[in-house]
Design a protein around this ligand. Structure first.
Ligand code: PEP
Length: 278
């Protein structure tokens, strides 16, 4: 790879689990068990738990990012039950966009997802954009076309300099692997990350920008299988659902991510950046 090595990122998607009463303790425990140099950690709790997680981490682990699991595509208005990007100010610095469970349950289209990205970019939230194919699409050999279409739709109208400056992260999450215990193979996931970077070039990003974009794998990641994904140089970490609620699992996943971060020289880099900021 040319230029600066990509961050190694482990992002936790707690989905609709935890309450404001227990989320802070869980975040504190996970933070303490995952202090591994060079790994970017992010916890995405439900909206109502964001403040508790933010406060718990601010005390003990300010290095852990806090993310929302969704953001509305409008700034304000008559959208009962929704949360806009400006409302997340001070609560979250990351946001998951286009998760397949929202595409499935909330009817999110690529066009809506593109508008959510606009809100995230404008609000300075770092987006984790999820893409991935259904089982039938993989069985038909259409996975690259599906993901290419999702990326084209989501990134339509977003200039590459904006995308670059906000640090877009892409999560390749084959839908058939999410919450099923059936993960993709490392090799297949790596082929998809290569296809994703090719798609980024296809929508007008330079090769250097595509190379610099972190791509995570998501779908039944555990401490037992994370090594298979991080053995692939094109994969930069994981978006973790079910296992992210278990401190032992998170400890194992982030420890393995630390091996990749060290191999990429991220440990020295983060120490140097901390030094420069002092
Ligand atoms: C997810 O929620 O993005 C996810 C990948 O879930 P799980 O790890 O449970 O498959």
């Amino acid at each position: 790879m040319i230029g600066r090595m990509r961050d190694v990122i482990v992002a936790a998607n707690w989905k609709m689990h935890t309450t404001p009463a227990d989320a802070g303790d869980l975040a504190r425990t996970i933070g303490a068990r995952t202090r591994v140099p060079g790994v970017v950690r992010v916890i995405c709790p439900p909206f109502v738990c964001l403040a508790a997680v933010r406060d718990a981490l601010a005390e003990d682990d300010p290095g852990v990012g806090v993310g929302a699991q969704n953001v509305h595509h409008e700034l304000q208005g008559a959208y009962t039950g929704e949360v806009s990007a400006p409302m997340l100010a001070g609560l979250a610095t990351w946001v998951i966009v286009g998760h397949s469970e929202r595409r499935r349950d909330a009817g999110e289209t690529d066009e809506i997802i593109a508008r959510k990205l606009t809100r995230a970019f404008d609000a300075g939230l770092r987006p984790i954009l999820c893409v991935g194919e259904q089982l039938a699409e993989r069985e038909a050999g259409d996975q690259e076309d599906v993901v290419d279409r999702q990326l084209r739709g989501a990134l339509a109208g977003h200039p590459s300099d904006v995308v670059r400056s906000t640090g877009l992260v892409i999560a390749y999450e084959p839908v058939w692997a999410i919450g099923t215990g059936r993960n993709a193979s490392g090799r297949d996931a790596a082929a998809m990350t290569d296809a994703i970077r090719a798609s980024l070039e296809g929508v007008g990003h330079s090769q250097a920008d595509a190379d610099a974009t972190p791509v995570l794998y998501g779908g039944s990641v555990t401490s037992a299988n994370i090594g298979e994904f991080l053995a692939e140089p094109s994969i930069d970490g994981a978006l973790v659902g079910g296992a992210s609620l278990k401190p032992d699992e998170m400890a194992g996943i982030v420890a393995r991510a630390g091996v990749t971060a060290a191999a990429r020289g991220m440990v020295e880099r983060s120490a140097a950046e901390r030094g420069a900021g002092e």
